[in-house]
Design a protein around this ligand. Structure first.
Ligand code: PHE
Length: 443
C-alpha cells in the first residue's frame, strides 16, 4: 500500500513526467504547427485523459491485482465476458513497444549528458548541434551502447524491487528538473523571444489542423499521462480506500501538464532566438536547439549536464512503469521469479529496441506508413494502441462494470459529479477517440 496520498501522487507523476513532456511534447507541437495542436492536446487531457485516469485507478483499486488478473476478477465478479481481459493484453503489448523506443531515446539523453561531462574535461564543444545529433543517429554503436545502459538501469530497479527507494530520490530530483526548466525559461526571457514562443504555442491556427493533428494530440495525451496501458491501474491497486480518486487524478494530470507547458516555454524561445525553423523540428528538436543555449549562457556546461541527467532520471522513473506490466505478466504466467521475469522482459524489449536504433542508420531507407522505423513504432503504440486501450477501459468502466462498484470507488463525487464522470467516460471520451481515429483514416 502507498503510505499516503502523496506517495501515490509521486509514483504516478514519476511515471507520467518523462520524455513525453520534455522531448515529445515540444517536437510534436513543432511538427503540428503549434497553438491548435496544443489546444486540442489540452482538451484531450481534460475531457478524455482525466476521466480515463479515474477509471484506471478505480478499476485497479477494486481489483487489487495486476491488470490482467484485476480484469479477470472484475469480469467474473460481475458475470461479464472474459473478452475484456484483452485490455490487459493490449496494455502489455503497448508497454513493450513504447519501452523499446523509449529506451533508445533515454539513451540519447545519457549520451548527451556524457558529451557535456567530456566537455567539462576539455572535450570538443558542440558548436554544430545538427551535426552532433546526425552523427549520433548515424552511429549504430553509440545508439545501441546507450540504449543498453538505459535498459540496464531500468531492469536493475525492477529486478531488485527497489522502486520505493527511487521514489524517494524522485521527490527531490523532479522539483530540481522543474527548476532547471524554469532557469531555461528565464534564459529565454533574456533572448526577448518569449513573446514569440507564447504566440506559437497558444495562438491556434486551425488552418493547420488535419486528421493527423488530432490523432497526434490525442495520442500524446495518453502517452504523457501514461494512460491506456494499465500502468496507472497497477498503481491504483495499492491506493488506500479512503483517498479521493478524482483528486489524485487531477493532481497528477495537472503536474504532468504543467511540466509539458513549461518545457515548451523553455524550448521555443531558444528555437526562435537562434533562428531555427519552428515547424517540423522532429524528434531531434531538443537536441538540436538547446545546445545552442547552453553554449551561450554562463555555466552552460554544468547546466547542460544537470538538464540531461535530470531528464534521464525522469525518463528512468517512466521506463520503470513501462517494464512493470510485462514483468507482472510473466510472473503470473509461468514459474519465473520476479527477477528472472524482469530480465526476460527487458531482454525482449532491448532486442526490439534494436529496430529503432538501427532504423536511424542501417535500415534508414525502410518506411512503414511513410515513417522511419522509430516513427512507425512510436505511432502504432502511442497513437493507436494507447487510445484503443483507453477506449476499452472507458467503455468497460462506464458501461460494463457494476454501478455499485464504480459508485463505491468514487464516494466523494456527488450524484451530479458521478453522472458527469459517467458521461465523460462512457460517451464523450470513447466518442472522441472513435471520431479522431475516423478522421485520421478518412484523411
Ligand atoms: N508518460 C511517460 C512520459 O511522458 C511515458 C509513458 C507512457 C510511461 C506510457 C508509461 C506508459 O514520458
Amino acid at each position: 500500500m502507498w503510505s499516503s496520498r502523496l506517495a501515490f501522487i509521486l509514483a504516478a507523476s514519476g511515471s507520467a513526467v518523462g520524455l513525453g513532456n520534455i522531448w515529445r511534447f515540444p517536437y510534436l507541437a513543432s511538427d503540428n504547427g503549434g497553438g491548435a495542436f496544443v489546444l486540442i492536446y489540452l482538451g484531450c487531457i481534460a475531457l478524455v485523459g482525466l476521466p480515463i485516469m479515474a477509471a484506471e485507478i478505480l478499476m485497479g483499486r477494486h481489483g487489487r491485482m495486476s491488470p490482467v488478473n484485476t480484469l479477470r476478477k472484475l469480469t467474473s465478479e460481475g458475470g461479464h465476458s472474459k473478452g475484456w481481459v484483452v485490455i490487459g493484453w493490449i496494455g502489455m503489448a503497448a508497454a513493450v513497444m513504447i519501452l523499446s523506443f523509449y529506451s533508445v531515446v533515454g539513451g540519447w539523453t545519457l549520451h548527451y549528458a556524457w558529451l557535456y561531462v567530456e566537455q567539462l574535461f576539455g572535450g570538443a564543444p558542440i558548436t554544430d548541434p545538427d551535426a552532433t545529433f546526425t552523427a549520433m543517429l548515424g552511429s549504430p554503436g553509440t545508439l545501441v551502447f546507450w540504449h543498453t545502459v538505459f535498459m540496464l538501469l531500468t531492469v536493475g530497479v525492477v529486478a531488485m524491487g527497489v522502486e520505493k527507494g527511487l521514489e524517494r530520490a524522485v521527490k527531490f530530483l523532479m522539483p530540481l528538473l522543474f527548476l532547471i526548466l524554469l532557469g531555461l525559461f528565464a534564459y529565454g526571457l533574456s533572448t526577448g523571444k518569449v513573446g514569440q514562443a507564447f504566440e506559437f504555442l497558444f495562438t491556434p491556427d486551425f488552418s493547420k489542423v488535419h486528421g493527423s493533428t488530432w490523432l497526434a494530440a490525442l495520442g500524446q495525451a495518453f502517452f504523457s499521462l501514461s494512460l491506456g496501458m494499465c500502468g496507472i491501474m497497477t498503481y491504483g491497486a495499492y491506493l488506500p480506500r479512503d483517498i479521493s480518486i478524482p483528486r489524485v487524478a487531477a493532481t497528477v494530470a495537472l503536474t504532468d501538464t504543467s511540466v509539458a507547458l513549461l518545457a515548451g516555454l523553455a524550448i521555443f524561445p531558444v528555437v526562435f532566438a537562434f533562428g531555427i525553423d519552428p515547424a517540423g523540428g522532429g524528434p531531434g528538436l531538443i537536441f538540436t536547439s538547446l545546445p545552442l543555449a547552453f553554449n551561450d549562457m554562463a555555466f552552460g556546461i554544468p547546466y547542460a549536464i544537470a538538464f540531461f541527467v535530470l531528464l534521464a532520471v525522469a525518463a528512468w522513473t517512466s521506463s520503470i512503469s513501462l517494464l512493470e506490466p510485462p514483468t507482472a505478466f510473466i510472473v503470473e504466467k509461468g514459474r519465473f521469479s520476479r527477477k528472472s521475469a524482469a530480465l526476460l522482459a527487458a531482454a525482449v524489449i532491448w532486442a526490439l529496441g534494436l529496430v529503432t536504433a538501427l532504423g536511424f542508420n542501417v535500415w534508414a531507407s525502410v518506411r512503414i506508413f511513410g515513417r522511419d522505423l522509430q516513427g512507425a513504432v512510436e505511432f502504432i503504440a502511442s497513437d493507436l494502441m494507447l487510445p484503443v486501450g483507453g477506449l476499452l477501459i472507458a467503455v468497460f468502466a462506464a458501461w460494463v462494470l457494476r454501478k455499485d462498484i464504480s459508485r463505491g470507488e468514487l464516494p466523494d463525487l456527488g450524484n451530479g459529479g458521478y453522472t458527469a464522470w459517467k458521461v465523460l467516460c462512457g460517451i464523450l471520451a470513447p466518442g472522441m477517440v472513435l471520431l479522431i481515429l475516423y478522421m485520421k483514416l478518412a484523411g
